[in-house]
Write a protein that binds this ligand. Structure first.
Ligand SMILES: [Cu+2]
Length: 481
């Protein structure tokens, strides 16, 4: 549990890291795979520290978050106009605070919209009712507010919140609206006391997003433009809103909570995440919480909307870069002194995950993601409910595309992936998930069950999490009753 002292320290860390320096200018570069160097770069080293968003304890209280226009400096000598989530005491230039929640407790989050456009506030990964899910139906008009009451009933895990207004999600996320949610669980803490969970000390948020900047520093994005089947691909890859920042860590085991918060970019195949020395690291959690056991790997694919938590063991003063493909996106240096991290450790056993065997394999529903930005031939319509699911029943969903790559996200649940193209899945996908990479050539079956109600007025969504695909209509609505 994060102590008051720790909490205060974290807040000050967050504030200090809002100081920004940078240099370099933007220029265009073709192609979609990730080159070794970004077209725009900012000052490296200690002048460009990783921003640690402030950690806000939302447990059993009401937390106000103001959604506002803001500004930050990402490239040298330019100001980037942004949107951000702000607290009563902290103005953020980009993104939002990390919200601490806890299993069995209730977090009420009141989103106050001070933008001049409508927004919504969706908690991606949380098992909450449709009326608190913040989907496209739950619009918050300019000058209005909406409180989502989040009764947490799920394991420890890393989730996120972002806007979900139909047709405008890509634009609002690219301009800065996204933040992490950390759910903690007292049973998990008691069972695994040595997992690093000191936020900003040995447990770091890593929000990966790509953006292209205009020469004046503004984000280049046009919500009216058709970005095609690849979606928006930014030239620069940012971590917590900075280009290749540096994080100081203690020696020993360090945890990184990685969110692919990019609009549409996959860090997959040649662009997968890795460490610059090809050092092995361990995946300990997927979207919905801990895996059964750590999975050792040197390369990890992650699609838009997915989360993985990894553990890296660092020797004293070691420097290593987190890479996306060949490009360094985060410099890690184990030079943080004065922190005793000797008890942090990698457990051999993490959690119990149900087997997908013998839970039914017959397909309940099929979802075809079409090249014309449809699902099952239909584009999202606000007035149309596409599917009706019965509360508490387990279903098998079969999801496939028509030649292109997507990530499929389902609201209100965590699911288990049964197989991909009939074949076994990577070990890091054998945990609770709510977003899964899918393509026409590699259809996916997932086992899904809903324990919360979503009625016709506040249905859940299933959709492609490439935000340009979603905004163009690759989304459907369903009730759970
Ligand atoms: Cu898609």
């Amino acid at each position: 549990m994060i102590s008051r002292r720790q909490f205060v320290k974290n807040i000050s860390l967050g504030t200090a890291s809002l100081v920004i320096l940078g240099c370099g200018g933007g220029k265009n570069k073709g192609g979609s795979s990730i080159g070794a160097t970004p077209p725009s770069s900012s000052t490296s080293g200690t002048n460009n520290p990783l921003v640690i968003p402030p950690l806000i304890d939302t447990r059993n209280t009401t937390t106000d978050l103001w959604v506002r226009k803001s500004q930050t400096s990402i490239l040298a000598n330019t100001v980037t106009n942004t949107y951000s989530y702000n607290t009563a005491t902290e103005a953020l230039g980009l993104l939002g605070p990390t919200l601490l929640m806890e299993n069995t407790m209730t977090s009420s989050v009141n989103f106050i919209n001070e933008l001049d456009v409508a927004t919504t506030a969706h908690q991606h990964g949380l098992h909450v009712s449709g009326s608190n899910d913040g989907g496209p139906q739950s619009r918050i008009l300019p000058g209005q507010s909406r409180t989502n009451v989040l009764e947490i009933d799920q394991p420890a895990g890393t989730h996120w919140y972002h806007p979900h207004p139909h047709g405008k999600t890509g634009e609002q996320v690219i301009n800065g609206l996204a933040g992490l949610i950390i759910i903690q669980d007292q049973n998990e803490i008691n069972t695994l006391p040595n997992l690093p969970r000191d936020y900003g000390v040995n447990d770091f948020p890593v929000i990966i997003q790509d953006k292209t900047f205009n020469a004046d520093g503004t984000v280049q994005y046009d919500s009216a433009k058709n970005y095609g089947k690849r979606g928006y691909l930014g030239e620069n890859i940012l971590v917590n809103g900075k280009i290749e920042p540096t994080v100081s860590t203690p020696t020993g085991w360090v945890r990184f909570r990685i969110l692919n918060g990019s609009n549409a970019r996959f860090y997959e195949r040649d662009d997968s995440l890795s460490l610059s020395n090809n050092q092995a690291f361990y995946v300990i959690a997927s979207d919905g919480g801990l895996l059964e056991a750590p999975v050792q790997t040197t390369s990890l694919p992650i699609g838009p909307g997915e989360r993985y938590e990894i553990m890296v063991e660092l020797t004293a003063s070691q420097s290593v870069n987190l890479r996306a493909g060949k490009r360094s996106i985060l410099k890690i240096t184990a030079d943080l002194s004065g922190i005793d991290n000797s008890t942090a450790n990698l457990p051999h056993v993490l959690a119990s995950i149900p087997s997908t065997l013998n839970q039914g394999q017959a397909i309940s529903r099929e979802f075809v993601l079409g090249g014309d930005m449809t699902i099952n031939g239909k584009k999202m319509k606000m007035a149309v409910i596409n599917e009706a699911v019965t509360l508490g029943t387990t279903e098998v969903w079969y999801i496939h595309g028509k030649g292109a790559r997507h990530t499929f996200h389902v609201h209100g649940c965590s699911f288990l992936v049964i197989d991909r193209d009939g074949a076994n899945i990577p070990a890091w996908e054998k945990g609770w998930k709510d977003t899964v990479i899918v393509s026409g050539k590699r259809p996916v079956r997932v086992l899904v069950k809903f324990n919360q109600v979503a009625d016709r007025n506040s249905p859940y969504m299933y959709h492609c999490h490439m935000l340009e695909h979603e905004d163009m209509g690759m989304m459907g609505q369903f009730t759970v009753m």
